[in-house]
Design a protein around this ligand. Structure first.
Ligand SMILES: Cc1ncc(COP(=O)(O)O)c(C=O)c1O
Length: 469
C-alpha cells in the first residue's frame, strides 16, 4: 500500500496509521522527515498527528518558568486553568449572551477602583483590555480627546499636542504617540536617575501637553517613579502658568504590587491629578496573558465620544476597547483570582516575590563583578550591571551562556544618554521558588566564573532559527 499519494505527495491513510499508531509512531521513520509547514496542507491530517507535530516543535521553545525576562504570569493554579479551559469558547464582546461574565468584569473594575482609592468607586469607568498596552492606548486617547475638547471650548486650535514621559516608558507609549499623532516628549535619563522624577519635568510641558505618564514600576529596572512628587510639580506648574495637566499612571506591574506591599505610598486616585490608571491582570494579577485593565476616575476623565453603544449581538452595551472579539476566559480567571486570594493572598504572593527578589539581588551584589542598579525592593524585579572597568566579556555574553543553561536572562542597554549602561534584569513572579532561585544563582556564579577565566571568545555565536527551519 503506498504511503504517499503519488500525485500530491501527501500522506495516505496507510501512512497516517503507521505514523500515529505504528511502531515508529513519531520516531524512527527517518526516511520521511516531515518538512515544516508554511503552506496550507492540501488534505487534512489526523488530530493526533497534527497535535504531535505542533507539540514536538513547541518542545524547543524556552521553559516559561525559567524565563526571568517576562513580567507576565507563567504559573496558575489548576483550578484557574480549568476555569479558563471551560470558558475558552466565550467571547467577551458577546455581552448579551454572557451577562454573568460582563458582571464579573464590572465587579473586577469596582474591586480595582476601591483598591486604588477612587473617592467615588461607583463613578469609576473601566474595562478589561488585552493587556496594559491596549489600556495605555485608551488612556492616552482619552487624554488627547479631553485636551482637544478643552481647547475647542476656548476657541483654541487643536493641532498636534504632546505627551510627556520618562525615556524609560514601555514601547506601548511610543506606539500611542505614533499611532495617534501625538508628539512624544521624553525626559531623558541621567546617570543615577533612570526614570521620570519631578526634576526638570515641567520644562518639557506646555499648553499643548495632554498629560504626563508616570510609571509604577519601570520596565527597565523595576523602580517606582515618584508619582506624588510628579503631581506636586504639576500643581506648581498650574499655579505658575494656569495650565492644568492630568496624569495617567502606568501601573502595568506596580498597581497590583504597591497596594499590598506599600500601602503608605501615594500614587493612585487619592491624588486628584490622577485621571486614569492601567494595570496588567496578566502580571501581578496572576492570570495568563493577555489581560489588562484601564480605569478612569469618573465620566469626565473618559470622554463620551470614545464609548460606542453596540447592539449587533443582541442587547445594547457600551464598548470602549480597541478590539471587538476577545477571550472572556481571562476575565473569568481574574475574577477567580481576586475571589481566591483576596487582599491577604495577593499580599502574600507579592511579599514572597519581593522577598525572593531582594534575597537574590543581595547575593548577586556580593558576586564579582556585578553592581546592582535596583535591589528588588519596589517591583519584585531588579537590574544589575558589570562593574565599570570589567573587561573580557559583556552582559550579553552572560545572557547567552545563561540561555544555554535554560535560563532566559535578558540583557539590554538603557536609552541615550545612558546607553553605556548595559544591564541584566531578573523578574521574580509567582512560581519562581526559592529552590529555583538557588539553582539560578549557582548557574550565574558558574557562568560568570567561566567568562572571567575564558572571556567572551568562549561564547558560541549561533544564528537565530528562522520560521522555515
Ligand atoms: C510599565 C509597562 N507598561 C506597559 C507594558 C505593556 O504591558 P502589556 O504587556 O500588558 O501590554 C509593560 C510590559 O512589560 C510595562 O512594563
Amino acid at each position: 500500500m503506498p504511503l504517499f499519494d503519488t500525485d500530491t505527495d501527501v500522506m495516505t491513510d496507510a501512512r497516517l496509521d503507521l505514523l500515529t499508531t505504528g511502531p515508529g509512531a513519531g520516531h524512527g521513520l527517518t526516511e520521511a522527515l516531515l518538512p515544516p509547514v508554511d503552506e496550507l496542507p492540501v488534505v487534512a491530517s489526523r488530530p493526533e498527528e497534527a497535535g504531535r507535530r505542533v507539540r514536538d516543535e513547541l518542545l524547543l521553545d524556552g521553559n516559561a518558568q525559567l524565563n526571568l525576562a517576562t513580567f507576565t504570569t507563567t504559573w496558575m493554579e489548576p483550578q484557574a486553568r480549568q476555569l479558563m479551559a471551560e470558558t475558552a469558547q466565550k467571547n467577551l464582546a458577546d455581552r448579551a449572551e454572557y451577562r454573568r461574565i460582563t458582571a464579573m468584569e464590572e465587579r473586577c473594575v469596582r474591586m480595582l477602583a476601591r483598591l486604588w482609592h477612587a473617592p467615588h468607586p461607583e463613578q469609576v469607568r473601566g474595562c478589561a483590555t488585552t493587556g496594559s498596552s491596549e489600556a495605555a492606548l485608551l488612556g492616552g486617547l482619552a487624554l488627547k480627546r479631553r485636551w482637544q475638547a478643552r481647547r475647542r471650548a476656548k476657541g483654541q486650535d487643536t493641532g498636534r499636542p504632546n505627551i510627556v514621559m520618562g525615556a524609560n516608558v514601555q514601547v506601548c507609549w511610543k506606539k500611542f504617540a505614533n499611532y495617534f499623532d501625538v508628539e512624544p516628549r521624553y525626559v531623558p535619563m541621567q546617570p543615577g536617575r533612570y526614570h521620570l522624577t519631578d526634576h526638570a519635568l515641567t520644562a518639557y510641558c506646555d499648553d499643548r501637553t495632554i498629560g504626563v505618564v508616570a510609571v509604577l514600576g519601570s520596565t527597565f529596572d523595576g523602580s517606582y517613579e515618584p508619582v506624588a512628587d510628579i503631581c506636586l510639580a504639576l500643581d506648581g506648574y498650574r499655579a505658575a502658568t494656569g495650565t492644568d495637566i492630568p496624569v495617567h499612571v502606568d501601573g502595568a506591574s506596580g498597581a497590583l504590587v504597591a497596594p499590598f506591599l506599600d500601602p503608605g505610598l501615594l500614587w493612585d486616585f487619592q491624588l486628584d491629578r490622577i485621571a486614569s490608571i492601567n494595570t496588567s491582570g496578566h502580571k501581578y494579577g496572576h492570570v495568563f496573558p493577555g489581560l489588562g485593565w484601564a480605569l478612569w476616575r469618573d465620566a469626565a476623565a473618559l470622554p463620551d465620544d470614545l464609548v460606542f453603544e453596540v447592539d449587533y449581538l443582541g442587547g445594547r452595551s457600551p464598548s470602549f476597547t480597541l478590539n471587538f472579539s476577545r477571550p472572556a476566559a481571562h476575565v473569568v480567571a481574574q475574577y477567580y483570582t481576586f475571589l481566591r486570594y483576596g487582599h491577604e493572598g495577593l499580599r502574600d504572593l507579592a511579599l514572597r516575590c519581593r522577598a525572593t527578589a531582594r534575597a537574590l539581588a543581595a547575593r548577586i551584589e556580593d558576586l564579582a563583578p556585578y553592581q546592582l542598579i535596583t535591589d528588588g525592593s519596589q517591583l519584585p524585579a531588579f537590574a544589575f550591571r558589570l562593574t565599570p572597568g570589567t573587561t573580557g566579556f559583556t552582559v550579553f555574553d552572560v545572557s547567552e551562556l545563561m540561555r544555554a543553561r535554560g535560563w532566559q536572562l535578558p540583557a539590554y542597554a538603557f536609552p541615550a544618554p545612558c546607553q553605556d549602561i548595559r544591564v541584566l534584569r531578573v523578574v521574580v513572579r509567582a512560581g519562581f521558588t526559592t529552590e529555583l532561585a538557588r539553582l539560578f544563582l549557582a548557574d550565574l556564579t558558574q557562568v560568570t566564573q567561566y567568562l572571567r577565566t575564558r572571556g567572551a571568545d568562549a561564547v558560541p555565536s549561533l544564528p537565530e532559527p528562522s520560521a522555515a527551519t
